[in-house]
Design a protein around this ligand. Structure first.
Ligand SMILES: NC(=O)c1ccc[n+]([C@@H]2O[C@H](COP(=O)([O-])OP(=O)(O)OC[C@H]3O[C@@H](n4cnc5c(N)ncnc54)[C@H](O)[C@@H]3O)[C@@H](O)[C@H]2O)c1
Length: 338
């Protein structure tokens, strides 16, 4: 079966391409390389022995999206990763985010609704919950107003898919990721943050490597056991595997509703200081860090209740925080020593 993976050369997309190929799917990746490199195709090939088909298409180009679907008539499912994802940049340039994240989604769905049936997986985020009242967060926790245009594009995306499902044959699964980290254990593919990383783990690995002088820990006066913010860090390979299982659920018509939603996390919250300590252990070195003030827009804690994904999807994150950090560190050393 042929599966379209948009953003297939990006961080989570590339790991998902590998897992799809491992399960015997034929993959076509679309990417405009705005936040990835063409070399990722070689990394995938070194892992799986097979290069996915690739089309360099900007999904904001409606005609190009139409032409793609006229060329490939036999696509059985779509996993849609392509999006702009930098929260700070979205505050500075909201229209870029609305144009990219919303238009791309609409153009894809417009093509899929022409098919007798379609299967669609959407990359959503735990940011839709904002600061949830109860931990761990279930899928039924109320959606809060978004703290950034980026977060808003995820909420709007979920709403668009839900509205479209009511009047089309598009079956969808919305996957709300917690905090994806790590890299493929082979270190052939991983995360390639452009500029200053906004996420904790790439900042840690870059600091440990000496690319950054010091890690700033934003706030140690939160109402948490050690005062630092708590997140649910999930290994990207575990996350990628969940996409394959979700896709199979749709292809096998096991979904109970036209749109289903699952949290993807480990179910365990880790504080920033706990992540630093775990990293120091796996990398066998001390990390240079300082405590600074809280960062605007950060929630105190967010970790997933994963019962629904565990029981309904039959998926559970397998890797420990240490394993995920070790893979991120191996990847950082590999790309810097090239
Ligand atoms: N990484 C996270 O922490 C996280 C958390 C929650 C949700 N998500 C979502 O998961 C998805 C994948 O995230 P990621 O971390 O792999 O990001 P990424 O930037 O590594 O991958 C996205 C890929 O999409 C491509 N792309 C962007 N706009 C495009 C367009 N118009 N046409 C074609 N290709 C385009 C980029 O070049 C990139 O390769 C995104 O939708 C993101 O919002 C990510």
């Amino acid at each position: 079966m042929k599966i379209l993976v948009t953003g297939g050369l990006g961080f989570i997309g590339s790991h998902t391409v590998v897992e799809l190929q491992n399960e015997g799917f034929e993959v076509i990746a679309i990417d405009n390389l705005s936040n990835s490199s063409i070399d990722v195709l070689d990394g995938i090939e070194r892992i799986t022995g097979k290069k996915p088909l690739f089309e360099n298409i900007d999904l904001r180009d409606k005609l190009a999206v139409q032409n793609f679907f006229s060329k490939y008539l036999d696509i059985s499912g779509v996993i849609h990763f392509a999006a702009s994802k930098a929260v700070g940049e979205s505050v500075e340039n909201p229209l870029l985010y609305y144009e990219n994240n919303i238009n791309s989604l609409v153009y894809l769905l417009q093509e899929l609704q022409k098919k007798p049936e379609a299967h669609f997986i959407f990359s959503s985020s735990c940011t839709v919950y904002g600061q949830a009242e109860k931990m761990p967060i279930t899928e039924n926790a109320p959606i809060q107003s978004a703290m950034s245009p980026y977060g808003n594009t995820k909420q709007i995306g979920e709403e668009i898919i839900t509205d479209v499902a009511k009047v089309t044959n598009i079956n969808s699964i919305l996957l709300r990721y917690f905090n994806p980290i790590g890299a493929h254990p082979s270190a052939e593919i991983g995360e390639l943050p452009l500029g200053v990383p906004q996420n904790l783990v790439p900042f840690i690995t870059q600091t440990a490597f000496g690319l950054r002088e010091k890690l700033s820990v934003f706030g140690n006066d939160y109402p948490t056991p050690d005062g630092t913010a708590i997140r649910d860090y999930i290994h990207v390979v575990d996350l990628a595997k969940a996409h394959v299982i979700a896709l199979q659920r749709l292809l096998n018509k096991q979904n109970l509703e036209k749109v289903e939603t699952f949290n993807l996390g480990t179910g365990t919250g880790s504080s920033v200081l706990e992540v630093i300590t775990a990293f120091e252990k796996v990398a066998n070195q001390k990390l240079n860090y300082q405590i600074v003030g809280r960062r605007e827009g950060d929630v105190i804690e967010a970790y997933a209740n994963t019962d629904k994904a565990n029981t309904v999807l039959g998926w559970k994150a397998q890797s420990t925080l240490e394993e995920a950090l070790a893979s991120a560190w191996k990847w950082e050393m590999k790309i810097r020593n090239k």
